[in-house]
Design a protein around this ligand. Structure first.
Ligand SMILES: *Cc1c(COP(=O)(O)O)cnc(C)c1O
Length: 345
């Protein structure tokens, strides 16, 4: 196992904490060529973080590079984490657990479904132990995690509890480091984007981008499209994570850097019926991008956020933006359980 994260980037404005090399990096940055929905005057670029791996595809592995380095440094042999039954984060954790020889316990929200589809299939296939907790009892998921942690502890194991989405002060580093990669991408493309857009669900990608874009001086505004909850929730979550990150890693950050002074801009209004549920126009956008560019979005995160981004570029706060980078955060496996929403002919 290597720990060569530092050597991957030479002139860093920050000192990165220990990191495992788990993601396929760098991912490509490409401009959309044929998608008909881009407003005139805007160039839309995709940062292909759906290509961070095959079974590991998506944004979670960038965070888990730091989270799992932490687990190993604490001497853990087990990982416990949580999420929806189609959680991309739970799947990435399950796959990485198997790869690193760590046991994985997943606490998933809802009832056990009749069959293991999408991400859940990979959770089972990679040997994770799955605990289902009904939606109505979800508030107690951390308590359940602590109970599992304790009972494993009395059996001689050591488990790290990773919060939803690995969105905490450790996982936050994933997208801080990704901003170093973006800086190189922008340099190579002679690009100075106005906006970096992304889906936000547990806030860790958003927080990392906010801090990273300031540290690496990307000069772009971070616009996060929430797929659940509301802008106020993300404001609190992001600021809380940034605060803990800044205080824990003060030694790694440049003198005088203040993450709490950075703007948190969440673009609310595109959640639709709720987390994991989308309106027909989102499915239409997914189909249109797939047909025109061969890029596959998912209805839970990237499809909703991308659809929201197009609306904002046409009518809203982002009208007139010239160069816009959308971070494709993955989600492919979560598309399959939504098969019934697409025309099949
Ligand atoms: C988890 C996830 C997100 C959101 O990332 P957070 O850091 O949890 O906010 C976006 N897209 C996909 C596909 C995801 O799985």
């Amino acid at each position: 196992m290597s720990n060569s994260g530092l050597s991957r980037q030479a002139d860093l404005p920050v000192r990165l904490p220990p990191r495992l090399e788990l993601a396929r990096l760098p991912t490509p940055l490409r401009q959309l060529q044929r998608f008909p929905g881009v407003p005139a005057g805007t160039r839309l670029w995709i940062k292909h973080d759906e290509q961070t791996g095959t079974e590991l595809s998506g944004n979670k592995v960038r965070k888990l590079e730091f989270t799992l380095a932490e687990a190993l440094s604490q001497g853990c042999d087990t990982l416990i984490t949580c999420g929806g039954t189609q959680s991309n984060h739970a799947r990435a954790t399950a796959v990485l657990g198997a790869r690193l020889g760590l046991s994985v316990h997943l606490i998933l929200r809802g009832e056990k479904p009749g069959e293991a589809d999408g991400n859940l299939l990979l959770d089972y296939l990679t040997g994770a132990t799955v605990h289902y907790l009904p939606q109505s009892e979800w508030d107690s998921h951390e308590t359940l995690a602590r109970e599992i942690q304790q009972s494993l502890g009395s059996a001689g194991h050591k488990a790290l509890f990773i919060p939803t989405g690995a969105s905490d002060e450790v996982g936050l580093w994933g997208y801080v480091a990704a901003c170093g990669e973006l800086r190189e991408d922008f340099r190579a493309a002679s690009l100075r984007p106005d906006i970096i857009a992304v889906a936000t669900g547990s806030g860790g990608t958003q927080s990392g981008l906010i801090a990273g874009s300031a540290l690496f001086e990307l000069g772009a505004g971070i616009r996060a499209f929430n797929v659940c909850d509301d802008a106020a929730w993300f404001h609190d979550k992001v600021r809380g994570d940034l605060k803990r990150w800044q205080s824990r890693y003060a030694d790694c950050l440049p003198e005088g850097f203040d993450a709490m002074a950075l703007p948190v801009t969440t673009v609310d209004g595109y959640v639709g019926p709720g987390y994991g549920q989308a309106e027909p126009p989102v499915y239409d956008t997914i189909a249109a991008l797939a047909r025109s560019e061969g890029i596959i979005l998912d209805p839970v995160y990237t499809g909703k956020a991308f659809h929201g981004l197009l609306q904002e570029l046409r009518h809203g706060t982002l009208r007139g933006a010239r160069d816009v980078v959308f971070i494709h955060t993955g989600g492919l496996f979560g598309l399959f359980p939504h098969r019934g929403h697409f025309l099949f002919s």
